[in-house]
Every structure is written in C-alpha cells, then in structure tokens.
Design a protein around this ligand. Structure first.
Ligand SMILES: Nc1nc2c(c(=O)[nH]1)N[C@H]1C(S)=C(S)[C@@H](COP(=O)(O)O)O[C@H]1N2
Ligand SMILES: [Mo]
Length: 320
C-alpha cells in the first residue's frame, strides 16, 4: 500500500515497489536447484495453521453457483504468500509473522446503535451461520488482483443477528489491537486498530460477504482469520481482516487508510478504471499468479449487483 511520500518504500505503488521484486526473487530461489525441498514443504507449513481449528468440520461448504467467475482461481500457495496485513508488517511476505495471530479464543463484540449490545465467540457464530463457498475477484488499490474461493456467510445474515436500530446509517468494523501479537502495531505512527466501514445499504447487499474460510478450509491466518470482510466491488483495503468489533453508527466511520491519507484512500473506494489514484493509473491490474496485465472493470465487474447503490450520489468521491 502506498500512503505518505516521506516514508520509505511503501510510499510507491505496489507495481513499482520492492516487495514484488522480492517476491519474484524468492520464487526464483525456491524454484532453483537445491532448494526444491524448501518449496515442497511450503504448502504444508502454511496449511498447519488450520489443522487444530475447531471449525474444520464445517468445510468444505457447498459452492453457491450464483458466484462463479470467468477467471482462474489464484493458486493457494501464491495467495497465501502475498498478503497485505499491516499488523504483521508493511510488505507482502507476512505469512510467517502472521502465525503469531491467535484465533482462539476469539470474540466479536456488537455495539453502538443496536437493540442490545452483545459479544459472541467465533465458534458459536459459525455454528449459527449457513456456510457457503463463493468465487470472488479481489482488486487491490495497488493494481494487482486475484481470484479466491472464499467460504463464509452473507453480511446480511449477521445484520439480522445484530439487530441494528433504524437510526443506524453505517456499520464500522474494527480489527484487534495487540502489539504483542501483531508486532507491526508497535509502529505507533499508524492509526491502529485497522478500521473499515460501509453504509447500511452496502452492508445489506447480497455481495457483502463475511469470510471464515478459503480454499475449502478454515482460513489461514494471513487471510484475516477467523473472520474477515469481502466487498469485491471495492478496492481491497475495504475488506478488513480479523474482525473483533462491529459497531453501528450514525456518523460515517473514518477508516485506517482514510485517516492516513484522505486524498488517496476514501470511504467509498469503488473500483473504477477511469478514475486514477492520485499517483498511478487504475486502468489495468496485474493478475497475481499469471503476472498478466488485464483491463480493470468498473465495480470490478459487479456493477449489475451494486451500481444502483450509488444512484444520485455523483457529488461523492465514489471511486477512491
Ligand atoms: N486488518 C487488516 N485488514 C486488511 C489489511 C490490513 O493491512 N489489515 N489490508 C487490506 C488490503 S490493502 C488488501 S488488498 C487485502 C489483502 O487481502 P489478502 O492478503 O487476503 O490478499 O486485505 C485488506 N484488509
Ligand atoms: Mo490492497
């Protein structure tokens, strides 16, 4: 991610930044002679996290055929070793560090404008929700993209359970704040914890998905276990990971990236190839596993489902 000009390498777009170079270099190394053994053990190492997961029996969940795609699924090992999760470091290779994320016990608090605030343990929530698999596109604001088989449940189901008041206009999500676990949270210049938000209408949209698993298993830590959001028509930073708190508010929440750089990362952040980021074009995206550049599509291809949410809102900065 890129934010403030005066700060180190993460100030440049992903396509020009060192992490991609480091990633390619690492894959070359792994593929190289003598290191084949390392490559062979990588998937196992990343799979280990979910072995003891108490929800493992819930997977795989049936695939919902309404959410299939025209693109190949990003291979799991590629996706699981190229992540944005700033709590564990401001680069893409955080998967090892993310093993420090302790996903049990894990409670999620519901508060703000609700009939009655409550806290629920993740396994109780999982038992109450009908899990399904959906193939989703994901477009990062840094202009790379991937395709993932997420497992989870519609955010609208969670809203039913939370019982927000009619006065609620926004839903605000908050990640953990624990600098012993997410050691990059010791970087005090970031406005921790990571926060994101949606309007109630966006949250109620069929596409808004609460993710609990990926690739037919409980999610590995680096994907944002045990509960993350997926709003595939918006830039990836809206899809907040490792959610601990869900609040209903009357005023618009200020999200993590909006707080850091409001002229670059807004509240709406809907994907639009014809609205450039202030420092780079959004016309194309790099497909994570093929390295191919392909055109970016308005609302990341989900316009039929979501364009109506923004009718008459031209005065808003809908696309950044
Ligand atoms: N808590 C938290 N959530 C987060 C982030 C983060 O740094 N912290 N990064 C966001 C960004 S910029 C992207 S592109 C996606 C990346 O998801 P992935 O690592 O599963 O590809 O997570 C989003 N959610
Ligand atoms: Mo992103």
């Amino acid at each position: 991610m890129a934010a403030i000009h005066s700060r180190r390498s993460w100030t440049v777009p992903e396509t020009a930044a060192t992490p991609e170079g480091a990633y390619l270099e690492r894959r070359r190394l792994i593929q190289g002679a003598g290191l084949a053994a390392l490559a062979a053990c990588l998937p196992g190492r990343h799979a280990r996290a979910e072995e003891n997961d108490p929800s493992a029996d819930l997977y795989p969940a049936p695939r919902n055929p309404a959410f299939v795609l025209d693109r190949d699924i990003t291979p799991e090992d590629v996706n699981a070793t190229y992540n944005n999760f700033y709590e564990f470091g401001s680069h893409k290779q955080i998967s090892d560090e993310a093993r420090r994320l302790k996903t049990r016990p894990w409670e999620i608090a519901f508060d703000g404008l609700v009939e009655k605030p409550f806290v629920i343990a993740i396994d109780e929530l999982l038992a109450a929700m009908p899990l399904e698999e959906r193939l989703y596109r994901h477009r990062c604001v840094e202009a790379w993209s991937m395709t993932v088989p997420w497992t989870g449940f519609a955010l609208s189901r969670l809203l039913e359970r939370a019982r927000p008041l009619a006065s609620a206009r926004y839903v605000r999500f908050e990640t953990f704040h624990d600098p012993d676990m997410g050691r990059a949270q010791r970087q005090t210049w970031y406005p921790w914890p990571y926060v994101e938000g949606l309007t109630m209408a966006e949250a109620a949209n069929e596409l808004a998905f609460m993710v609990t698993g990926a690739y037919g298993k409980p999610m590995v830590n680096q994907f944002g276990a045990p509960l993350r959001l997926a709003v595939p028509w918006k830039y990836g930073f809206k899809s907040i990971k490792s959610i601990r708190r869900v609040s209903f508010t009357e005023t618009r929440p200020v999200s993590f990236w909006e707080e850091i750089a409001p002229s670059e990362y807004g509240f709406w952040a809907n994907v639009n190839p014809s609205v450039p980021h202030p420092r780079w074009s959004q016309e194309t995206e790099r497909v994570l596993h093929t390295h191919e550049r392909v055109p970016t599509i308005l609302f990341n291809g989900y316009g039929d489902q979501v364009a109506h949410l923004y009718a008459g809102m031209e005065a808003e900065q809908l696309y950044m």
